[in-house]
Design a protein around this ligand. Sequence first.
Ligand code: HXC
Length: 510
Amino acid sequence: MKDILQELHDRRENARLGGGQRRIDAQHAKGKLTARERVELLLDEDSFEEYDTFKAHRCTEFGMEENRPYGDGVITGWGTINGRMVYVFSQDFTVLGGSVSETHAQKICKIMDMAVQNGAPVIGLNDSGGARIQEGVDALAGYAEIFQRNIMASGVVPQISVIMGPCAGGAVYSPAITDFIFMVKDSSYMFVTGPDVVKTVTNEVVTAEELGGASTHTKKSSVADGAFENDVEALAEVRRLVDFLPLNNRDKAPVRPFFDDVDRIETSLDTLIPENPNTPYDMKELIVKLADEGDFYEIQEDFAKNMITGFVRLEGQTVGVVANQPMVLAGCLDIDSSRKAARFVRFCDAFEIPVLTLVDVPGFLPGTSQEYGGVIKHGAKLLFAYGEATVPKVTVITRKAYGGAYDVMASKHLRGDVNYAWPTAEIAVMGAKGAVEIIHRADLGDAEKIAAHTTEYEDRFANPFVAAERGFIDEVIQPKSTRKRVARAFAMLRNKKLENPWKKHDNIPL
Ligand code: HXC
């Protein structure tokens, strides 16, 4: 018996060494943690239950029968984050570059199946050279099995990908299907084909960082939702995100203890809106002042900054926030901001997270670049996302809500449940200047008349009261009491039941 136990111990030690001390040292020298160190940091202490520790590939091509490391380049299992279950896979770059073989894929698929059956998120820590070249089509088949599970799990359990090394080819498409992608600055890359292939095919000379580094994907492509300084910070932030999310689509998001008075009055909000309607202000100030303990988890902070998306808690309950940012492009809707917000609203709706919308939007950004880029279709994504969402929706118009953008931003007409406006709200087809120039074109040469028309238009429309008369605004509220009003609205909506008509699936304008 003692011998058998010793053998188990030795085999485990062997598995723990992955690709060997030399490769572990090389991983550390690049500022990267090993696959096991990452799992330990991600999960609660001693909570990790590993499966398939001894699984090995069965490839015999290219002398691979001589190289059959335990675990086959990925560590899989489940554990807890602040006591709540999550499934994890962590690719081990020290073993054949973390490349995905048939068996490597089987390990990932096994925990994904468990995650869907048992209703818990999947977190993938990606550090892989892609499909294992020696295995050919078996490796490709393995990838496709993972993709299929990613698709089936979408909207059932949250899926989070952390890119912690090079990810090429198939290695980027599995994360691309998941709900959130985070990257580590300077040590992670994502591309369909690397710089060498790019040069051969297009003659373009580009570095790995420029082509697929964290900055590229968080600022330009929007493939990634956030970038962090190092492995430790990235894993800590994933823990923080998981705390906001439900475990699955049948579960409610966790209610956290809160020590912030829900009736807190924020007198500073009464002066947040500047005297001049064209002067910007920081919408994040409002978000932070509304949130329990000022805690805001922003998603896609560096992309389409004219729109803010992220999670807060109100009375300990998770709420998704979508807000126009007047500091950037005057808070206009455009292609990027519409896509960003639409995806976020759909995530919230899939996982029963209520949505708070804060509106200060002068309209859609005009111009050929927007039209040629398909702003009609992309803007429609946000319209569609809000209109199909059945979760509680509370909207606060702080200042401008002009034109189509008024309709889009969770208006009453798109089944907004509670629609508030501040007294500073201006709800109209367009701003006074533009409106007067069109409806009083004949008076354009007469400055006095134009000034009079402008004042008349402002008096009539630059306020929330016309919409309130119609019932499109449920109540005009004092800015300082917004936290209380919004929290009470969500409390009132806690048992909301609304269902869309049966359909196989919708046809959102992709
Ligand atoms: C087998 C691989 C591998 C792979 C790396 N290795 N990638 N083994 N299959 N795909 C091995 C290397 O042989 C090496 O083994 C170890 O991993 C570390 O690799 P290095 O090249 O020394 O490391 P580094 O210089 O850091 O470069 C990392 C890398 C590079 C950028 C990932 O290895 C690379 O370009 N690999 C190939 C990427 C690729 O084209 N993959 C196929 C994608 S196609 P030793 O023994 O020396 O430690 C694909 C199809 C799916 O994924 C498509 C589905 C839609």
